[in-house]
Design a protein. Sequence first.
Length: 574
Amino acid sequence: MTSNDEYVLQILMENNVVSDETVSLAAAKMKGDGLSVVDILVRDGMLSDVVVMDTVARAFGMEFVDISQVEFNNETRELLPGELAKKFKVVPLYESGNTLTVAMADPMNFETLDGLRYALNRDVEGVIAPVGQIIESLGMLYPEQDISEIDSIIGAYQEAQGVEAATGGNVGLEEQLVVSDAGNAAAPIVKLCAQIIMRAFLSRASDIHLEPMGNRFRVRFRIDGVLHEQEPPPRRLQGAILQRFKLMANMKLSEKRIPQDGRIQIRVKGRELDLRVSTVPTGHGESIVMRILDKQNLALGLPELGFMTDDQQFFEHLISLPDGVILVTGPTGSGKTTTLYACLGQINKPDRKIITVEDPVEYQMTGINQVHVHAEIGMTFAAALRSILRQAPNIVMIGEIRDIETASIATEAALTGHLVFSTLHTNDAPGAITRLLDIGVKPFLVASAVRAVMAQRLVRTICNECREAFDPAPSQLGSLNLNPADYANAQLYRGHGCHRCNQTGYKGRKGIFEIFKIDDAIQQLIFNNADASELRTVARESGMRTLREDGVRKVLSGLTTVEEVLRVTMGDED
């Protein structure tokens, strides 16, 4: 049988080859003698090894061959030295050009094919055959062969892989992946997937993108908001890698026609991580994106978000208010959720009841009641909000306001004594007001309930290890509408690039913010259905700084660069 029987059993069940009842009967016969459930199913005649291997082969897109019907001869034996054939437990079948096709018993053991390619210096392709036929054919082809000569070659190959990973937990339930510094003898594909996660974590990546591209299998990490291409695994491993990650995320392995969502909980270097996994079918196979959620980020306070002192004091005043709506806006990936969690962490006290409604719940927070939205069973944002307001909370956090029903309940909750936090997808802070009006919230509700709106973006911060002072060109600062008098007493910096920041000159990200306070003048404009540009003009006259202006302050303070601020505020007119 194969080297990962739990994985094989999952494939058999997904393809309806074996029933839950049959699996339970076989599991009851396990006696700690080393036999797996699949072994027992085959031993007791409930399943044939041919059916098992044929199903597994199809799941991996490989051909199944009954080699008992193959006629071997001296030419076949000369295709592969006996010491290699017995070492790897493969049977040579035929060659085509520079490609040798061999029969193997385990489609997940890609180390076998790679080892043969290394030893033979030629391309090797595999087909699947029952293990009994493999052993019988090897005995017939190579009755007396010494395999010791090839040991050093294989050992050198395995050492060159450098895969350091271990797995643990229950496959198909809530799998725990433990990535450590010490390698072990785990299945190669398991170790490779663990290594991908480890490399992403050590690179401080927020997302892992696995993208079939036809002639290659592309792997990219999003680091500090920018995608970086990684050394890809061989194209032939694409199916196995994707299947492994789907298994870890508890997805249906046989379903490749529609998108799926899943979740992986892992521990890496002692850190608890959640991976939100999404698959989408493409023309060359399933594309997988994994969002890495580091639970340690929950420790972030408001100072770590990147506020300047005056903005932080004002924002702390806002979140200490007893009621009202406070909105955080920005595009996907701009740090809105992190900001909301930082706010909740700041005001999470024993005398306050806090309830969140999220889709999904990204981080578990101690002392806070968190509700997960399940729209497919009617548990929408609006339905959840109606229920939780009967729980008498002091503070409510809504993951996102998406429709009139949710927005109306949120504003009404604020007017009845609740402090409500939420997010909207708008480019700037004043735009959130017109967005609420556009989806149907009455102007008097918006004007009376909303206390403030904060738009934000994330800029990469200069690497502390390689930062250097420099004198910018006038044209650079002119792009930010700065003149020499604005930076006469400031020193600008940039990152030279080093191994700690992957030669980018940046390491980590901080926020730039645009805080829009709803004062009496703004309230009157909202009552009169003023548009976003008019709201913005009056807010600027009252002292509101735009995203770009806050970015300029952080350039002059040496936190980031002109290029970064221009990159993330491209739509800011000021």
